[in-house]
Every structure is written in structure tokens, then in C-alpha cells.
Design a binder for this molecule. Structure first.
Ligand SMILES: [Zn+2]
Length: 271
């Protein structure tokens, strides 16, 4: 594995018939000379349980770093039990699917509660998500909770909220994904963000290195290529260097532009 593994988000890489699309994620990694891939196991907007993947054995046997991203609307923090309870089951199903392909973690957004709700209930719902799973032997791989760009009562939008959340879930081995576009949108200082997060979550397991199309503090979540957004590229490189953990690009662009971004980062980080 590279000193600073750099992956790219490639989506499910599957057709509707659960066949590999254009060779699947490993073909994408080779095409871009990426050290890793981040995949969805299903359509990220769906509540479907993942099916066994046709490239399961290849992903397991490959030295390409694999990380799985859970569906977007999954919200285990919510006080609405018609969303929370199916969400917990879906999370468990995606964790099993992610472990089956050798992923090192399952990325899941922090989620949110409604404006009229007490955020402490959302934090406790997160704690219960881990506590209930613990009765079934725990999650088979680390859950990596990602900071989000906006939302008033979000669980991982503000640094204080991250502090409270990890006070509740840290003991279960929860990990943290730092998304630089979301951090920028939430008004975090990217020049100190790595220390700021480590002081609260205790760790950073993965960086989603994305530029932003919007100004600092905008609460908007529109990713941009590393060299094209509002965040100085140097600042992004500094975050990746300071975090000293795997990086995944969720930047817009084709394989050729991702290959350029990887080469740029690899050079800047020194291999
Ligand atoms: Zn992200």
C-alpha cells in the first residue's frame, strides 16, 4: 500500500442486473492509477439491501484499498422511528456487504434531528445504534462518521456537535471521515481542522478531499475539482498531509481528470 493511499469515489460500478459496469471499480482504479476506490453497494438513493457483488472475490483479493459509502438518506439519529429503525437495519446490511468485499470502513453521514428536537436525542440514537448492534456482535468493520455541510440540528456539522457525538460513540470504535468541502461549507478553519477534529473525535480515519464551488461558511454542498474551487489547492494538500491517512476524491470529472488529480496529490505528498 502506498504511503498516502489515494482513492476515488466510483459509485456502485454495477448495472441494474448486478453485473459489472465497464469492468467495475477495479478497472476504474487501474484506469486512474488510483490506490483505492470508494463504492456504493446499491443506488445511494434507495433503501434496498445490497446483493453479493460479482467482483467480491476480486475486491477481496486485490491490494486496492476499498471503502464503502452508505446510502445518503440513511439517518440513524432521527427521532422519527419510521426512518430510524429501517435505517439501522439498512446500515447493518451495508456493513455486512462492505465487510464481504474487504472494505476497511463504511462511511455514513452523521444525520440530523428536526429543528424542534433536542440534538441530545439524536446523539443518544447514535449511541443506541452501536449498542443494539453490539448485542449482535458489533459491526464487522469500522463505521466512519462523516461531517456534513449544512442543517441546523445536524449531528456532525459543527465541531461542538462532533465533540458531543464522539463522547457518546467513541467507546464503540466509531471512526471519523473529514470531508473538506463540507468542513469549508460549515465554516471550519481548514488550516487547523485536523487538530480541531482530533481534539474532539480523537481520530481521523479518512479524508474526503474535495474542493468547493461555494464560499466559506455557505452551508452548500457542491464539490469541485481540487484545482478549481474556492478552497486554495495548497490548503487541501496541507489537510491531506496533516491528516496522514487514506484520501478519497469525490470530485467531479472523468477518469483522465481524476488521474491528473491523483498525480498532483501524489507528487505534493511525496508518494
Ligand atoms: Zn464526502
Amino acid at each position: 500500500m502506498a504511503l498516502h493511499p489515494i482513492g476515488v469515489h466510483v459509485g456502485p460500478g454495477l448495472t441494474e442486473d448486478n453485473e459489472l459496469e465497464d469492468g467495475g471499480p477495479l478497472a476504474r482504479a487501474a484506469e486512474m492509477d488510483a490506490d483505492g476506490v470508494q463504492v456504493f453497494l446499491t443506488d445511494p438513493q434507495s433503501y434496498k439491501n445490497p446483493k453479493p457483488r460479482p467482483d467480491q472475490a476480486d475486491l477481496l483479493g486485490s491490494d486496492v484499498m476499498v471503502v464503502v459509502h452508505a446510502p445518503y438518506m440513511l439517518n440513524v439519529a432521527t427521532t422519527n422511528n419510521r426512518i430510524r429503525v429501517p435505517g439501522r437495519k439498512l446500515l447493518a446490511a451495508h456493513a455486512a456487504g462492505a465487510a464481504a468485499i474487504g472494505a476497511f470502513g463504511l462511511v455514513v453521514h452523521g444525520g440530523h434531528v428536526l429543528a424542534e428536537d433536542d440534538p441530545a436525542i439524536g446523539v443518544d440514537n447514535w449511541r443506541k445504534t452501536f449498542a443494539y448492534q453490539q448485542k449482535d456482535g458489533g459491526f464487522p468493520l469500522p463505521l466512519l462518521i462523516e461531517n456534513t455541510a449544512g442543517g441546523g440540528n445536524a449531528m456532525a456539522r459543527d465541531l461542538d456537535a462532533v465533540d458531543r457525538l464522539f463522547d457518546a460513540v467513541g467507546e464503540f470504535g466509531a471512526g471519523f471521515v473529514l470531508d473538506t468541502c463540507h468542513a469549508w461549507a460549515a465554516g471550519w478553519d481548514l488550516s487547523t481542522v485536523v487538530d480541531d477534529v482530533r481534539a474532539r473525535a480523537g481520530r481521523i480515519d479518512l479524508v474526503h478531499l474535495n474542493n468547493s464551488r461555494d464560499p466559506h461558511g455557505s452551508s452548500r454542498d457542491r464539490h469541485a475539482p481540487l484545482t478549481e474551487g474556492e478552497i486554495p489547492t495548497e490548503l487541501l494538500v496541507e489537510v491531506a498531509r496533516a491528516a496522514d491517512c487514506p484520501v478519497v476524491l469525490e470530485t467531479p470529472g472523468d477518469a483522465a481528470s481524476h488521474a491528473e488529480e491523483i498525480a498532483l496529490l501524489r507528487t505534493a505528498l511525496g508518494g
